[in-house]
Design a protein around this ligand. Structure first.
Ligand code: MLT
Length: 200
């Protein structure tokens, strides 16, 4: 997969997953604000929708092509595992940071591939799969940034995602914002405060 890797010094790796129409460059600045000493692995989605990169196909806005979601989630999982060998980072210390479509594939990693992530920061996510056999998420920390007025990811999606993750053992915190689907600086600062509390 097309990607950027930058070496850090603290043994953690931030896996960056952009939103629809984004690229692997989008979240680098944000990642440096969260943890400037971590490795960065930033990946571009392999699917194109009218020329816009995404991590999996959808049949309509908010309606996912489930077969493609499973295929692309495994493809990303395998890619990240191989990258941990190639770049020699600890695959037990991967923290995903995803926005929108990128948050949804990060959620899908958690739902379908046990121990794929140590933690995740999910900006404006949805429930990736309501029928998943979710593995144990004990010792997984998740922060959700959600919008009370997000037209793309309705509030109940974020609430349901939180409940489903918690039901399988994850430690989840949700923070609410009022700027629609936008990822704003106060949201990034709140994610950083949470991250700093988890990884003291
Ligand atoms: C998705 O398709 O993943 C969601 O609708 C969010 C987005 O449009 O990126």
């Amino acid at each position: 997969m097309q990607h950027i890797f930058e070496h850090g010094t603290n043994g953690r790796t931030l896996l960056l997953l952009h939103g629809t129409g984004g690229t692997e460059r989008d979240l680098i600045g944000l990642a440096k604000k969260i943890d400037e000493n971590a490795n960065i692995l930033s990946v571009r989605g392999n699917v194109l929708e009218n020329g816009m990169p995404r991590f999996f196909r959808r049949v309509a806005e908010g309606v996912f092509d489930m077969e493609d979601l499973f295929f692309r989630t495994k493809e990303l999982h395998d890619f990240v595992q191989q990258a941990s060998v190639d770049y020699q980072f600890d695959h037990n210390q991967i923290i995903a940071i995803g926005y929108s479509n990128g948050a949804n594939i990060a959620g899908s990693l958690l739902f379908h591939h046990e121990k794929s992530l140590r933690a995740a920061i999910l900006h404006h996510p949805m429930v990736p799969n309501r029928d998943a056999q979710i593995p144990s998420l004990q010792h997984v920390d998740v922060w959700i940034g959600a919008g009370t007025n997000d037209f793309m990811c309705p509030a109940q999606e974020s609430e349901q995602l939180e409940q489903m993750l918690k039901a399988h053992g994850a430690n989840v915190e949700t923070a609410w914002f009022h700027d629609g689907h936008q990822l704003t600086m106060p949201e990034v600062q709140a994610a950083k405060a949470w991250y700093t509390g988890i990884f003291k």
